[in-house]
Ligand binder design. Structure first.
Ligand code: HEC
Ligand code: HEC
Length: 345
């Protein structure tokens, strides 16, 4: 008996020691394996010509957290994309960039990006690798140029070495910068929420969560399609245009009147953390979202027909749908050590 206790104590100590001495920030080959779970569609971005390696991913992680990417070295990708908000921005309806400038859209969560074929609320960008050019060069976000970033990186001894090791090349190029960022953001994958476990028979739902799922399937899933919780299309969910922002959404990209005021259907994974909601962050809480969806009289006339199929929602229905939405929180993703700020080392 005594011996057993000692052995158990020793085991606990080894595990604890392992945690502290093992390099928490070390990325291994296994860390950069792409595992697409059963039931998920094939990803659109396949890391073709950008083979996942621990070195490139590690470099992408550092770049993502480094304000060196902005003109005055004050804003990093992570200033706006916060890990514990599923890489959205807690409490900020509109994005906040360089010199305190306010953007015109809400920071979207970054997750399951490899399944997308277009990015941004209006689909204005169609490739995960070129996406960072937009924030880097946007005058209200980072206000830098790619050439400017590359110059700064070249003069930084650590980066010069890290790029050389990652890409086996003594020259730093913008292509390498973009590939490294794509490896980091591309592996931000959320597939292990309670909902996912429930679907695999590994977890149970309360009654309210079960009813919520049924209601969700009847009223919301036509746009927020499982398992990604988006059909990746642009839709008009009835929000009245904001008269000061004058954001025409998809219409401004295609120039087609029919597309005006349509926005990308966002995923609802980790929706508990991605408040405030909608492209302009106008709704603060999930309760506000459900109040909105349950009041067809508030929709603008061009709302998609699916919006009118929702109908009025009772207080109980709203509660059940919210209970279900909360099962989409994915702690495996939110607390994944691979995505923690390496500058905290
Ligand atoms: C000033 C805040 C800000 C900074 C800094 C910023 N972003 Fe963003 N990001 C946004 C906003 C706002 C959007 C949505 C833009 C739109 O729809 O027009 C966005 C969109 C994205 C998207 C598309 C997500 C999707 O689902 O369509 C990706 C990917 C992304 N950002 C990655 C990055 C990376 C990588 C960096 C650093 C190089 C970065 N962002 C820096 C605010 C920011
Ligand atoms: C016609 C398609 C459609 C239907 C049906 C629909 N949605 Fe949406 N949903 C959207 C679109 C489009 C947006 C983004 C709109 C915007 O930002 O302007 C959105 C945004 C959201 C958001 C905000 C997410 C974020 O991160 O900002 C939540 C939450 C949401 N929907 C929940 C629901 C629920 C719950 C239902 C069912 C009661 C539902 N939706 C039905 C299309 C739809």
């Amino acid at each position: 008996m005594k011996n057993k206790t000692i052995i158990i104590l020793l085991l606990v100590c080894t595990v604890l020691l392992g945690f502290t001495t093992n390099n928490y920030f070390l990325i291994t080959k296994k860390d950069v394996e792409l595992n697409v779970p059963k039931g998920f569609p094939k990803p659109n971005y396949k890391f073709k010509n950008n083979k996942l390696t621990p070195e490139i991913f590690t470099l992408g992680r550092k770049l993502f957290y480094d304000p060196i990417l902005s003109k005055d070295s004050t804003i990093s990708c992570s200033s706006c994309h916060q890990r514990l908000a599923a890489f959205g921005h807690f409490d900020h309806p509109l994005s906040h960039g360089i010199n305190g400038l306010i953007g015109k859209r809400n920071v979207p969560a970054l997750q399951n990006l490899i399944w997308k074929d277009t990015y941004m609320w209006d689909g204005g960008v169609n490739n995960l690798e070129v996406q960072p050019i937009s924030p880097i060069t946007n005058p209200v976000e980072m206000n830098e140029s790619l050439a400017g970033v590359i110059e700064k990186l070249k003069h930084n001894k650590e980066y010069a070495e890290e790029f050389r090791v990652a890409f086996k090349d003594t020259n730093i190029t913008s292509e390498q910068l973009l590939k490294a960022l794509a490896q980091f953001t591309g592996l931000m994958i959320s597939v292990d929420s309670r909902y996912d476990k429930y679907m695999k028979g590994e977890d149970t739902f309360s009654n309210s969560e079960k009813i919520g799922l049924e209601l969700f399937r009847a009223k919301c899933a036509s746009c927020h399609e499982e398992p990604l919780f988006t059909d990746n299309l642009y839709r008009n969910n009835g929000l009245r245009p904001d008269t000061s922002l004058k954001d025409k959404g998809r219409g401004a990209v295609t120039g087609v009147e029919f597309d005006e005021y349509k926005f990308k259907v966002p995923t609802l994974r980790n929706v508990e953390r991605t408040y405030p909601y909608m492209h302009d962050g106008r709704l603060r809480k999930l309760k506000d979202v459900l109040d909105y969806y349950g009041s067809p009289e508030n929709f603008q006339p061009n709302a998609a027909k699916e919006m009118y199929e929702i109908g009025k929602l009772s207080a109980q229905e709203k509660t059940d749908i919210i209970a279900f939405l909360l099962t989409l929180s994915d702690k495996t993703f939110l607390y994944d050590r691979r995505f923690v700020d390496p500058f905290m080392k």
